[in-house]
Design a protein around this ligand. Sequence first.
Ligand code: PTJ
Length: 258
Amino acid sequence: MSDHETVPAEVEDESEIPADHPRYTDLVTRHRIERGVEKGITHLQGMHAEGRGSAFDYLLGEETTPSADDAERAAAAHLLLADRPVLSINGNVAALVPAEMVALADAVDADLEVNLFNRTPERIDAIASHLRKHGAEDVKGIEADALIPGLEHERAKVDADGIYAADVVLVPLEDGDRAEALEAMGKTEIVIDLNPLSRSPRVADVPIVDNIVRAVPNITAHARELADADEATLEAIVTNFDAQAALEAAEARIRSGF
Ligand code: PTJ
């Protein structure tokens, strides 16, 4: 075993993780999730979710594939075209990419809404204040005065002027039935999930099979680059994107390693 395989368990801050470690990104994401749990932001189940994601990322080569990059560009075009885009935040997303979600919301003029599977008032408050610390001005999802029809669990609780009224919703890191329910409401869905076989990416208009720590900054970069594009250009990017082909490319990469 090389002495780079592990880092000391007592790492206090992610800056102590050696940047030249071959699994640097994985160690940083693990560290952020652990800190998220300690701060009451991330649910303990978030650690399982992170482990699943990490295994798929390993098989994908821990890089943004060309087809994921296309999906991220299509996501940027959808968000720029939207009238009421909303970015949904759960405990893993808040721990991994708080500042990056705020930057994306700014770039595409979207709202940020906390939406949790394991919903408690304490976690909602902790996540909202964590996002505010990272620059968010307005955080939705606290009132939760509307329900997504057809869902029996806590993810159904949304803001009437947030996800409920949105035309485009970014749904990261959840393998579940909310994506299907949002689709039934007629919304355009962008899903970030490293597992191309999860339910959520399979019903998405834009499935992004990439690690959220790479995906969100890349969507923002595309959005900034497309900020002055005309509507026809954005529409063409959206129309030319093939969701089924993106899922197949990701699965082929995972199965073959190429
Ligand atoms: O904060 P809460 O209460 O809303 O709960 C959030 C979790 C994540 C615990 C909950 O949504 C959950 O249990 O999710 P699942 O069913 O484990 O699904 C998470 C999906 O995200 C899995 O398909 C993982 O492969 C994927 N995933 C995990 N980490 C990443 C990821 N995808 C992209 N980037 C990651 N870093």
